[in-house]
Design a protein around this ligand. Sequence first.
Ligand SMILES: [Zn+2]
Length: 126
Amino acid sequence: MDEQKLLGLAREMLPFAYAPYSGYRVGAALLTTDGKVFKGVNVENVSLGLTICAERVALTAAVAAGHRSFSLLAIAAEGESRPLPCGACRQMLLEFSREMKVLVAGEKGEPHVFELKDLLPHPFTL
Ligand SMILES: [Zn+2]
């Protein structure tokens, strides 16, 4: 699956985001190394601290289905800013696939592709 198609799947998730507090909807589509796709949206909570990002929703669904190796994550958001993953998501993603690429895109402008290891060059390790 190519980057544009995966980004399209992430954008299709935007209406399902639950973001009544921030109004910032995010969709994610995570591609496994064997070609499966897992999708997620951000799910906010009135306590705010319990909010979970779209990236971790997709990741945890994939892991729960038995997948632990990923090649590409597409993240789409409403608005013009690029939805770079937060630090918690970077650490969670790196646990499984250091070589993953991360594609981010707002509604307008060109998508940008990053290497996950560049987004978190010094992760927590034991
Ligand atoms: Zn996050």
